[in-house]
Ligand binder design. Sequence first.
Ligand SMILES: C[S@@+](CC[C@H](N)C(=O)[O-])C[C@H]1O[C@@H](n2cnc3c(N)ncnc32)[C@H](O)[C@@H]1O
Length: 342
Amino acid sequence: MSPKAKNSSFQSAKDSKQDEFYTQLSDIEKELKHYKKHFKGKVVYCNCDDPRVSNFFHYFSHNFEKLGLKKLITTCYKNQELDLFSQNKSEKAIHIEYLGDKNANNMPDLEEIGIKELQGDGDFRSPESIELLKQADIVVTNPPFSLFREYVAQLMEYDKSFLIVGNQNAISYKETFNLIQENKLWQGYKCGDMAFKVPNHYEARETRYWEDEQGQKWRSLGNACWYTNLDISKRHEELILYKKYTPEEYPIYANFEAIEVGQVKDIPCDYFEAMGVPVTFLDKFNPEQFEILGSSRTLGKPMSEVAEKGSYLQGGPRFYLPMGDGTYRRLYDRIVIRRLKK
Ligand SMILES: C[S@@+](CC[C@H](N)C(=O)[O-])C[C@H]1O[C@@H](n2cnc3c(N)ncnc32)[C@H](O)[C@@H]1O
């Protein structure tokens, strides 16, 4: 193996380890309480979940009757290393089907849980996992962050309902943004700080890392989000707008014909043309009130076509505001939206 290939395979192994972030039961409960109506009579599939450690499996197996589920399917990805958090020392990946409480103790007991070995490694893209996916009505999990795009593409391909955890940065992926724009995927309730248990072999970090009294390692993300295509009441709530538009307060970008709205709360109530808003807008997005036209990443004209070299800071595609002295201010990512007339 060339040093370069060696390096890149080391890097990808290192990156893949960063996928072992285990979701807390309390985070699952807080989010899932908004979706109860969707689960009655449904087959739920958790396809990135070792049932021995997954709180998704725990939540659905313990709430099976309350939610009125038809079936719970879980597949566990075969761990490549022995020291992984899930302690799965078996070479075989497993698959579980739970059909509910049989002995009336309202608990999922071992004899009620059908554990089967998979032929393959339990990869969510494997033919076996895809066969299980086809049976499912709703897929709920926290998938590997590094495979988010592929994971969502597969859900779309098989036309599944889903509720999954991801990173807010995923919004900037072209594929995810297109789905948001087409109203095929949206943010769930919680988007922000979430803490996850991580395996023992994860290295200590200066920030967003700690060990609890039991020696369990934790990492947190400041921008963990739930993504779904299940209808939620939040999506029908109108954003209350009160500010009036003035050209002075809402300047037009130098490289796109839209006004700049620096904070979601300042969206003017009397403006019905294109406006750029921060990505945090998606948390308040109601498709009956607004439409999404695109993002600064794709809509912003290259500044080289608009302004003199040296008058602006170069970087990736962004919107720029003229400062009035011949220079331009580069802004963070913006989503371009338009109010819908009632
Ligand atoms: C972010 S962790 C979340 C684990 C669990 N779903 C939870 O929320 O606690 C993602 C999990 O996906 C597993 N995984 C990684 N690659 C996978 C693949 N190709 N197919 C299925 N699962 C995978 C990882 O081993 C890891 O346990």
